[in-house]
Structures are given as C-alpha cells and as structure tokens.
Design a protein around this ligand. Structure first.
Ligand SMILES: *Cc1c(COP(=O)(O)O)cnc(C)c1O
Length: 385
C-alpha cells in the first residue's frame, strides 16, 4: 500500500460491514457474551475478552494501516508493551534504548530486576554499544523513533538488519508519528505498537493501545497472550478510537503545517536558546527523518533563556497551550519534562539525557496557526522581561 492510500483506509475502515441494517458506520457492540447457534455451534465471537466485533474492526483497520498480518487492541499503550514481554523467557535478553518512553523504561527495568529477562539499555546511535548489546544475542530489540522529549531518531531499517542477523525480533514504538507518517513494518520491523491515546485517537478522550505483528504466527501467539492475561481493549474505547482514526491522515497534515510554522518561529525568537525538531535542517538527523518518515511530526522541544523563572512566566501567560502531559490530541499542549513526564528520573540522569530545567516540550495541535504564534510570541516576550 502506498502512502496515498492511507487516508482511504482510515476513512473506510468498517464502512458498509453491517449485514443486517446496512448501517454505514459499524455498530458499537457492548455485549460481553454471544449466544451459540446451538449445541457446540459457535459463532465468530463467543466472549468479548477474547473477541469483540467493534474491537476487531478497529484492530483490522490498524493492521491494514501498518501493513501487518494481525492487529491486537489493548487497554493502554503500556499493556501493548507488556504484551510483547510475554514472548520472553528468563534466559532471554532484551535491548531497549536509553531514552525510551518513561513508562516503557520503568516496565522493562522492574521486570528485569525480578529476573523475568536480562536487560541491556543502550544508546542505539552509539554503534559500538549497540554491537556489544547485539553480541549478547537478544531475543528482542525495542526501538522508539523519534524519542521523547529531544526528538532523537534511530535508523530503523539499519538496526533491524543488524538485529535480524543475530536472530532478534524488532518491535517499534510508533506513537510519536502514527502510521500516517511512519510505517516501521515496511522498514523491516516485526512488531509495531502505539499508545492510541495519542495521535491515533487524537481527541484526548481515550486511553488505549494497539500492536501489529507483521507475520500471522507471531500475531496469533500475541493475540493468544492478550486474551490469556486479559489486556484486550474495551468495545467503547475501540469505537471512539476507530472514529478518531478516520481523520488521522487529515489531522496529521494540519498538525504538520502548524508544527513547521511553530518550529520556524521558535528558532528565530531571541528568548529561545535551541529548538529540537527533526524538520529543521540543523537537526542532526534531518536527513534520516526525510528518509524513513513521510513527514517530521508535530512534537518538538526547546530551551528557553532565563531558566526555570522564564519557564514559569511562559506557562502562566500562554492561552492556547494547555499545561498538561500527553500528546497527539487536536489541542496544543505544553509541558516541562523535568518536573512532569521525566520526574521519575534522577536529576543527574535527566541532565545526562539532555533534559535541563529550561527544556519545554510542545505537542502542536490544529488550532489556527496565527493564534498560536501570536500566543507564543506574547508569552515568550513576557518571559524575558
Ligand atoms: C503515552 C506513551 C506510551 C504509553 O501509553 P499509555 O496509553 O499511556 O499507556 C508509550 N509510548 C509512548 C511513546 C507514549 O507516548
């Protein structure tokens, strides 16, 4: 499927599938259980933890968008990550990036501490460290690109080849871009997963996750575990996320227009020390972003002059950027990684990762771009007074 087909797939998911009434939009099936046709005569669905028509429609849509064989809808993004851990035995090794999502970092480090697998944490752009990690013949290599909050990229195709050479499975967290802007399975990965809480649902009213396996057998094994441990997503959340999904490609277009404008504005503002955005030509992986992504995304971060005092004034003066964690909704959000998303990290570890007190993260929404720039402009000016 080419990139231009994504909008069609997103919009048409589940449409015209109702055999009984011809309902254009697929129904929301809340029933927990399904009647058998007769003795030992099951229908397609029997119990909603195992399978639900609404969830199945959403799962098929995401699998098609990511071009994998099997989609699994989970209760949260974290339960999608946890589902992958079901593939691991105590003697297995897992390689994760040093700057992966904080919740993923917490899950992998705490499960490893309890002896569920061996863990190697590396900077995956450090080829020596990566090669040493791969020499341990890991079962799984986790990738996340771009990373949070500094928008660092890793070369998904190149690392996947190296990982496959040592027999590892590759799973990619694609939350920051969505399948509209990056398709890791086409870059060689075996598993792609998302927090649908972010761009896929896009309206900040669902917490959910999804995982897609490229191959049928791996997908079936993961689907078996999802039912076994009971982490499948609810019908209602699936209904809402499927509704949000229809506008994903068009939302991403506007997110992109706005993000490009905000990044250019920030870069020339005297209150801004530095902007981290893959779309800027001075971003160290700008060329890689152009190669492996369809566009740059709408997440960015920047350092403000004047330290934490300036940060406080900025947050206080902004009207159209809400001070909140999370990302990927139609509304613009602003956050302070050091005291919010990354507060669980020691200050020394934060600094080692490049997270300073002056670092601010933006999830650029789809409001009117002039309003957003005007708002940022007055608040940045005030922050330097
Ligand atoms: C939010 C997020 C998660 C976790 O998803 P939840 O839906 O909050 O459980 C995982 N990875 C990334 C990159 C995220 O942004």
């Amino acid at each position: 499927m080419s990139e231009k087909k994504i909008a069609t797939t997103a919009v048409r998911a589940g449409i015209n599938s109702d055999q009984h009434h011809g309902a254009v939009i697929p129904a929301l099936h809340l029933s927990s259980t399904y009647a058998l046709k007769g003795f030992n005569e099951k229908r397609q669905f029997d119990y909603s933890r195992t399978g639900n028509p609404t969830r199945a429609t959403f799962a098929r849509a995401i699998a098609e968008l990511e071009q994998g064989a099997v989609g699994i809808v989970t209760s949260t993004g974290m339960s999608a990550v946890h589902l992958i851990c079901q593939l691991l035995n105590t003697e297995d090794t897992v390689v994760i990036p040093h700057d992966c999502y904080g919740g993923s970092f917490r899950l992998f480090t705490h499960l490893a501490k309890r002896g569920q697998f061996n863990l190697v944490v590396v900077d995956q752009n450090d080829q020596t460290a990566l090669s040493e990690a791969l020499a341990k013949k890991p079962k799984l290599v986790l990738l996340e690109s771009p990373s949070n909050p500094l928008l660092r990229l890793v070369d998904i195709a190149a690392i996947t080849i190296q990982a496959h050479n040592v027999g590892a499975l590759v799973a990619v967290d694609n939350t920051f871009l969505s399948p509209a802007l990056q398709q890791p399975l086409l870059l060689g990965a075996d598993i792609v997963f998302h927090s649908t809480t972010k761009y896929i649902n896009g309206h900040s009213d669902v917490v959910g996750g999804v995982l897609v396996a490229k191959e049928q057998a791996l997908g079936e094994e993961l689907a078996w575990w999802a039912n076994c441990i009971g982490i499948t997503g609810s019908a209602f959340d699936s209904y809402l996320a499927l509704r949000g999904l229809k506008t994903l490609p068009i939302r991403m277009k506007q997110h992109q227009i706005n993000a490009n404008a905000v990044a250019a504005f920030l870069q020339q503002h005297s209150a801004v020390e530095r902007v981290y955005f893959p779309g800027l030509s001075d971003h160290p992986q700008h060329e890689l972003a152009k190669k492996q992504q369809y566009d740059f995304g709408a997440m960015m971060s920047f350092e403000i002059k004047g330290g934490v005092e300036a940060v406080k004034v900025l947050f206080d003066k902004l009207k159209f950027f809400t001070l909140a964690q999370s990302l990927g909704g139609v509304e613009s959000l602003i956050s302070h990684p050091s005291t919010m998303t990354h507060a669980g990290m020691e200050i020394e570890a934060q600094l080692a990762a490049g997270i300073t007190q002056s670092l601010i993260r933006l999830s650029v929404g789809i409001e009117d771009i002039e309003d957003m720039i005007d708002d940022l402009s007055q608040a940045l000016d005030a922050s330097q007074a």
